[in-house]
Ligand binder design. Sequence first.
Ligand SMILES: Nc1ncnc2c1ncn2[C@@H]1O[C@H](COP(=O)(O)OP(=O)(O)O)[C@@H](O)[C@H]1O
Ligand SMILES: [Mg+2]
Length: 266
Amino acid sequence: MTASPALSFETATETARTARRPATGHALSVTLRRLTKAFDGGEPVIRGLDLHIPAGQFVAIVGRSGCGKSTVLRLILGLEEPTSGLVSLNGSDTRASKRIMFQEPRLLPWARVVDNVAVGLGREGSRAERRERARAALEEVGLTAKADEWPATLSGGQRQRVALARALVSRPALLALDEPLGALDALTRIDMQAMIERIRIEQGFTAILVTHDVGEAVALADRILVIEDGAVALDVDVDAPRPRRRGDPDLAALEGRILDQLLART
Ligand SMILES: Nc1ncnc2c1ncn2[C@@H]1O[C@H](COP(=O)(O)OP(=O)(O)O)[C@@H](O)[C@H]1O
Ligand SMILES: [Mg+2]
């Protein structure tokens, strides 16, 4: 029933989604049921949110500033307690790690790059083993040569790659990305988008990306959610093949449709 061979814009049912993308061995699925969050007895920021993200899916969340995107991520990762409702993460190993990456790299200035990455392993294994895994993660993000440098000597884009390596070093089953590329220049951003896409395909974790850049959402995600008034206002699958070509007319049409939804509320 799709007009275009590359894209189907209809909102798929959860069963259809699950059938199309069977759970990968390692990734976690995310289920939110009637999730509500209010801060300090105020008006709820998240209102009865229902959502299922199959294991291994790459979901982008877009919405106006203050609509509750970061709050949803924090609830999913257990960094915030729901006021009511349920968050459940399911997979073969529910103790598998969950990681979050922010717009600021949050590196320790007094630790070398390799040790900043090793922080992502906590106290797992010996120090030498942690360093070895950190070097492997740095290789994934193309920063092997910077392992023994100090963070202050790196560019903004390189620091974000260190933060990505730190998030990945524990082989997370779920990676949350809260506007991770928002502070980068356009070309660096495109490079990092390609890097995130490649690593996600290699490692198969579930990814939830909050972004204000609708073009980025369309370039990267399997599915895009628009959040409005603390609930899902739009939920679309993006079935375009990868890697996606920037300027593709079907993707541009989808981007326009999502922007219309976001702008309709002014
Ligand atoms: N810890 C907190 N205490 C009180 N209010 C908060 C807290 N965190 C977020 N909020 C409020 O919840 C709303 C949603 O915030 P947030 O999830 O950060 O939005 P977004 O990431 O979409 O910009 C905002 O009005 C914000 O002020
Ligand atoms: Mg936010």
